[in-house]
Ligand binder design. Structure first.
Ligand code: MG
Length: 164
């Protein structure tokens, strides 16, 4: 791999919202009548973040490491996906420097849960909370996301080289 002090990565994911599913987002359970569909626990935020980390070091996406046809991945805690991504980056000599995440959701209302999600993300990434940007925006009723049919997340990450 080309040696650089910093590597940038972007991840995107979108999941359908399904009635009766637990709504797990950013490693936090959010009270909601519906939750993101998925072979794993459906944590669309952690999936986008893991893909951003893998992308920063030019590795394949999370589907390569956790195939959605693998019975072992059924109901998987997505924090394990994030930990695998950070472990792969570390193996190549990089650790997270900061992240910036945008959740696009008409529903559920996320504002009361943002700090809990930031705290969880910071702990998982080994970062101070002030290195974890987390924002939510609504699609203002537009399209499928606006009808509350799903959740989408964009994540950007900066990795820094472990070498001094
Ligand atoms: Mg996903």
């Amino acid at each position: 791999m080309q040696t650089m002090n910093f590597r940038i990565g972007h991840g995107y994911d979108i999941h359908r919202l399904v009635e009766g599913r637990t709504c797990r987002l950013g490693g936090v359970v959010i009270p909601s009548p519906s939750g993101p569909h998925g072979h794993s626990d459906g944590d669309v935020l952690l999936h986008a973040l893991a893909d951003a980390i893998l992308g920063a070091v030019a590795l394949p996406d999370i589907g390569h490491y956790f195939p959605d046809h693998d019975p072992a991945c059924a109901g998987l805690d997505s924090r394990l996906i994030l930990r695998r991504a950070t472990a792969e980056a570390r193996r190549l000599g990089y650790v997270p420097g900061n992240v910036d995440i945008t959740v696009i959701a008409q529903t559920p209302r996320l504002a009361p849960h943002m700090e809990a999600m930031r705290t969880c993300l910071a702990a998982e990434l080994g970062l101070p909370a002030n290195a974890v940007g987390l924002k939510a925006t609504t699609p203002e009723g537009l399209d499928a996301l606006g009808r509350g049919e799903g959740l989408a997340v964009h994540a950007v990450v900066l990795l820094q080289s472990i070498e001094k």
